[in-house]
Design a protein around this ligand. Structure first.
Ligand SMILES: Cc1cc2nc3c(=O)[nH]c(=O)nc-3n(C[C@H](O)[C@H](O)[C@H](O)COP(=O)(O)OP(=O)(O)OC[C@H]3O[C@@H](n4cnc5c(N)ncnc54)[C@H](O)[C@@H]3O)c2cc1C
Length: 388
C-alpha cells in the first residue's frame, strides 16, 4: 500500500463497490460508506448498455475490461449472471462514418468483436428498421446490457466477503482536512472516521462533498428521463438488440420480453455531442428532482423512433422514470488523485455512460491507491481542469 492500509470509499455505486472489492482483495482495510444501499443512486437506474465502441482507446479498454468483470461475476461473487449478451447495434450518418470505422478497426485490435456493416448489411440484419440516412452500422455481438442493480450489489457483497466493511444508510456529512491532507470523513451523527486514503465515488453529490474542504471540480448534474414501453411479450422482436442511433439521437434495449427501455442520446463520448437531444436538464439539488416522467416526455422520446422503428409506435406507454447524470464539461469521466491535496482520489463526471466502465474503473482506482498512477486513467485526471 503506498500511503497506508486504511481506505474509506464514499458511495456504493458501481465504481465505489468495485473499488472496495478490488481494494479488499488486495488486502486493504476498506470501509464502503453509502447513504442508502449499493446501487441506491444513479447506478441502480442505469440502462446499463454495454459496448466496447468508443472513440477514445482508454474508454474502449475500460469497457472491455468492465464486461470481463461483469461476465465473471458468477466466479467472483458466487452468484448468477448479470449480463444479457444480445448484441449492440449502432448506426451513424456520413458525418461520423470515417471516425467510427477507424475506431472499430482499432477496437478489433484490442480484442473485442465489432463488425462494420454497410447500409445493406444493416438492412439485412434488422429488416424491420428503416435505413434513412444510415451510412454505417456497427455490430458488437458480445455486448448488450447488464442488470445494473443486481451486478452492483453482487460486487458489494463480494467486497464484504473479502473483508470490506459496508456502512449502509450512512450519510457522509463532509470530508476532513488537515492542511494539504484529507484525513477522513465525518458522518451526520458526528462520528469521525480516519483513513490514509479517501476515495470519493459519490456521483452527483461529489461537488457538495468537495466543498466541505474547500475543493471543487467543474461538474454539473442533469436529469435523464427514460420511457418504458409495454411490448406485451414482444420486446425482443421489436428491439432485438441494444441499440444506439446517432442520427435520431436515441437509444433503447429490451428488458427481457416485457418492456423496452428508451431514451435520448447526446453523444456519450462516442461522437459529436448532440446539444439538441433534450438538453439542458440541469438539476440544482440531487436530493430533490422529479424521479417520475410525464407521459409527454415519454411521447417525446418515442417520437424520435417513429421513422426508424415504426413498430415502437404501436407499443403502450408505462410510467417512466428519471435518473441523474453527473456531467463533466467534456463528457469524459474525472478520475484520479485530487489536485491540491494528498490522500483523496475522486471518481465522478461519468456523464451518463459510466456503468459499463465502472467495474474496471474501480479496479484501476484500487491499483492507483495500492501501486500508484495508472496510465489507463491518465486522460481522465482531474488535473485537466486545474487552469479552469
Ligand atoms: C437513466 C440512466 C441511464 C443510464 N444508462 C447507461 C448505459 O446505458 N450505459 C452506461 O454505461 N451508463 C449508463 N448510465 C450512467 C451510469 O449509470 C453512471 O455513469 C454510473 O452508474 C455512475 O456510477 P458511480 O459509481 O460513479 O456513481 P453513482 O451511481 O452516482 O453512485 C454514487 C453513490 O454515492 C452515494 N453517495 C453520495 N453522497 C453520499 C454521501 N454524502 N454519503 C454516503 N453516500 C453518498 C449515492 O447514494 C450513490 O449511491 C445511465 C445513467 C442513468 C441515470
Amino acid at each position: 500500500m503506498r500511503n497506508g492500509n486504511d481506505v474509506l470509499v464514499v458511495g456504493a455505486g458501481i465504481v465505489g463497490s468495485s473499488t472496495a472489492y478490488h481494494l479488499a482483495k488486495a488486502g486493504a482495510n476498506v470501509t464502503l460508506i453509502e447513504q442508502t444501499h449499493p446501487a441506491g443512486g444513479p447506478s441502480g437506474k442505469s440502462s446499463a448498455l454495454l459496448h466496447a465502441f468508443y472513440l477514445m482507446p482508454e474508454l474502449s479498454q475500460l469497457s472491455i475490461r468492465g464486461r470481463e468483470i461483469l461476465v465473471s461475476l458468477p466466479e467472483i461473487a458466487g452468484e448468477g449472471s448479470f449480463v444479457t449478451e444480445i448484441g449492440m447495434m449502432w448506426v451513424c450518418g456520413r458525418d461520423n462514418e470515417a471516425s467510427w470505422k477507424a475506431a472499430a478497426e482499432r477496437i478489433r485490435g484490442e480484442g473485442a468483436r465489432i463488425e462494420t456493416l454497410s447500409p445493406q448489411a444493416f438492412a439485412d440484419a434488422a429488416p424491420d428498421f428503416a435505413l434513412d440516412n444510415v451510412a454505417l452500422a456497427l455490430w458488437e455481438p458480445e455486448y448488450g446490457y447488464a442488470d445494473a442493480f443486481g451486478a452492483t450489489n453482487a460486487i458489494a457483497r463480494a467486497a464484504r466477503a473479502h473483508g470490506a466493511k459496508i456502512l449502509q444508510n450512512t450519510l457522509v456529512e463532509g470530508l476532513r482536512r488537515q492542511g494539504d491532507r484529507i484525513t477522513g470523513v465525518t458522518l451526520t451523527d458526528g462520528t469521525v472516521l480516519e483513513a490514509d486514503t479517501v476515495v470519493l465515488a459519490a456521483g452527483p453529490w461529489t461537488r457538495r462533498l468537495l466543498a466541505t474542504v474547500n475543493l471543487d471540480l467543474p461538474l454539473h448534474v442533469e436529469r435523464h428521463p427514460m420511457a418504458v414501453l409495454d411490448a406485451a411479450g414482444q420486446a425482443r422482436k421489436v428491439m432485438p438488440f441494444a441499440w444506439c442511433d446517432d442520427i435520431s439521437c436515441n437509444y433503447a434495449r429490451p428488458d427481457n420480453d416485457g418492456v423496452i427501455l428508451a431514451g435520448t442520446w447526446a453523444g456519450g463520448g462516442t461522437g459529436l455531442r448532440h446539444e439538441h437531444a433534450g438538453r439542458p436538464r440541469f438539476v440544482e439539488n440531487p436530493d430533490s428532482y422529479m424521479e417520475g416522467v410525464e407521459e409527454s416526455e415519454s411521447v417525446e422520446i418515442l417520437e424520435t423512433f417513429a421513422t426508424r422503428v415504426p413498430a415502437m409506435a404501436e407499443l403502450g406507454i408505462r410510467p417512466g422514470y428519471a435518473g441523474l447524470y453527473d456531467m463533466s464539461p467534456d463528457d469524459l469521466p474525472v478520475i484520479g488523485a485530487m489536485p491540491g491535496v494528498d490522500g483523496l482520489v475522486v471518481s465522478a463526471g461519468s456523464s451518463g455512460h459510466g456503468f459499463k466502465t465502472g467495474p474496471a474503473v474501480g479496479e484501476a482506482i484500487a491499483k492507483l491507491v495500492t501501486e500508484g498512477a495508472q496510465p489507463i486513467l491518465a486522460p481522465f485526471s482531474p488535473d485537466r481542469f486545474r487552469a479552469a
